[in-house]
Design a binder for this molecule. Structure first.
Ligand SMILES: [Zn+2]
Ligand SMILES: [Zn+2]
Length: 263
């Protein structure tokens, strides 16, 4: 069943082959141990981390009409959602895209990935992002780079990894997506502990461009278009703060892509 879904269409052959080998070894071990629970539905599967039905569910495109600014799904309204009509929280973002609504089993999936460290989900999420990136490249007529939303300072040192960093690794290695880590994060306060008002106020100073020297090492020319990448869009204040910095640098168009959107 999983072969039919074939979500990991890496276009770099050597990387794909190495990934295939590692996955094979993992699957053989899992098979010998009698399988593992699917991270989504907890059914036993011989091909972890996800059973075939959950895997195809994740790759099912998000069809409902969405807000042209923040990407939230629309029920009766057209064009803009009610929040964007009133507050226009996303001023520096040209368009925000999300792949799934943050509901039901998707919450446990994100928890397993982010909090429980199930890194085996990273290539699947990267494949999902790549599908969207590719369609936007086609729409825009050129391939623009991705700018990761930076993790809290010290996170990689403490936890050993960061989920956005992992996504970018697979996007770069598997599909040649250009990654430009132009931003850094200042505050150590974790975003989830802040309420909405605090988030809108305090987040502005949390992100800034890297030093001119570091930027010089990363880019020769300011890119015209970039796309921010993050895991969840809640109020949009994080991507907005990042986009504002990128516009200060001279980037003309800033998109954002998040795996999940809280509606
Ligand atoms: Zn499942
Ligand atoms: Zn909106």
């Amino acid at each position: 069943m999983i072969e039919k879904v074939n979500p990991l269409g890496f276009n770099k052959r050597i990387f794909a082959f190495r990934f295939f080998l590692v996955t094979c070894v993992q699957n053989v071990i899992s098979f010998l141990l009698g399988g593992e629970k699917c991270l989504c539905c907890s059914k036993w599967t011989l091909r972890p981390p996800l059973c075939s039905s959950c895997l195809s569910e994740i790759f099912r495109p998000f069809h409902s009409e969405s807000c042209s600014v923040c990407g939230k799904p629309l029920v009766s309204e057209r064009g803009l959602c009610t929040v964007c009509r009133e507050e226009a929280a996303l001023k520096s973002i040209d368009a925000a895209f999300s792949l799934h609504c943050y509901q039901l089993w998707k919450k446990s999936l994100l928890f397993a990935w982010k909090m429980e460290g199930k890194r085996s989900l990273s290539p699947y999420f990267a494949a999902l992002c790549y599908k969207k990136i590719q369609s936007l490249w086609q729409k825009e007529g050129h391939q623009f780079p991705l700018v990761p939303v930076p993790p809290r300072a010290g996170k990689i040192r403490e936890r050993g990894w960061d989920q956005i960093d992992d996504l970018c690794f697979y996007l770069r290695k598997g599909w040649n997506v250009k990654i430009l880590p132009l931003l850094e994060r200042l505050s150590r306060t974790q975003q989830k502990k802040l309420d909405r008002a605090q988030r809108l106020e305090g987040i502005e100073s949390s992100y800034r461009l890297k030093s001119a020297k570091k930027l010089k090492g990363l880019i020769r020319k300011i890119p015209e278009t970039v796309m921010l990448i993050d895991d969840v869009l809640t109020t949009g204040s994080t991507v907005e703060a990042c986009a504002r910095e990128l516009k200060k640098l001279g980037v003309k168009k800033v998109f954002s892509l998040t795996l999940f959107i809280v509606d």
